[in-house]
Design a protein around this ligand. Structure first.
Ligand code: DER
Length: 260
């Protein structure tokens, strides 16, 4: 169907534009779009991919890499292998990281975590020199939380109810939140934690920080990310924001002739 064709075309374009046979470590995200990235990389054949190691972002991503006949290297083993020193020149040992997103705003900030993998996705993105976010045009919005309505938050099981109540307080001035409120998702993540989907009103852009007014529910991605991260018990937040997260180069997905 058209959406799958657009996702596949965008991924093949991303690989054609950004994948390089000289790479050693390649990060692979989670979800249905990134599967087409792995398909396109695998087509380079073992003579190219055999020298590479692929860093997964969860159990689905690990299976995707393995099923394509590519070799998996988990983050802890990568850090050992490269002798990782935080904040040093080897600070970003992964050559490139490909992943999808749930929503991407006009300044390339993302909501991620629809697949409950955003902790490991953000871990890999922080270790990567470049993050190529491949998203079909359904995901593209001016401001985050336009079509997607909540922020996925990964929390410790025993702290989850505490976090849920804090999130409710944070978002409660917004009718959307008052109705639904932050809800537990039954998923147990690959890190053995819970996910809470916390609804918030449509965000501002980071460049609109002058309009920031949390009391009125006006948040920038950066400000909301920082505020939720501060809640005791939160492991990670599904907002990838330019100042705190990786720079993402969104691929234009209205690929010639394929308009989902
Ligand atoms: O969980 C994530 O952030 C994923 O990248 C995911 O939500 C994107 O999923 P999709 O490629 O199946 O739309």
């Amino acid at each position: 169907d058209l959406i799958e064709s657009a996702k596949r075309a965008a991924c093949r374009q991303a690989v054609a534009d950004h994948f390089n046979p000289s790479f050693t470590y390649v990060g692979i995200g989670s979800g249905s779009t990134v599967a087409y990235v792995v398909e396109a990389i695998a087509e380079h054949g073992a003579s190219v991919t055999g020298k590479m190691k692929f860093i997964p972002t969860g159990s689905g991503s690990t299976a995707l890499i393995r099923n394509a006949g590519l070799s998996v290297l988990q983050v802890p083993d990568l850090l050992l292998e490269v002798g990782f020193q935080p904040e040093s020149e080897s600070h970003q040992p992964i050559d490139i990281y490909f992943d999808g997103a749930d929503e991407v705003d006009a300044e390339l900030n993302c909501i991620k975590g629809g697949g409950a993998c955003h902790f490991q996705e953000k871990l890999v993105s922080r270790l990567a020199k470049r993050f190529i976010c491949v998203a079909d045009s359904r995901k593209r919005v001016d401001r985050l939380l336009t079509s997607w309505s909540y922020v996925p938050v990964e929390v410790s099981p025993m702290g989850a109810e505490y976090v849920r109540r804090e999130l409710l307080r944070l978002g409660s001035q917004d009718p959307k939140v008052r109705t639904s409120g932050p809800t537990f998702i039954s998923t147990i993540t690959d890190n053995h934690n819970h996910i809470i989907d916390a609804p918030f009103p449509t965000l501002l852009l980071n460049s609109e920080a002058d309009k920031l007014d949390p009391a009125k529910g006006l948040w920038t991605p950066d400000a909301l990310l920082a505020r939720i991260k501060r809640i005791f018990g939160v492991l990670e937040v599904g907002i990838f924001s330019g100042l705190n997260g990786p720079q993402v180069a969104q691929l234009d997905t209205d690929v010639e002739g394929v308009k989902p």
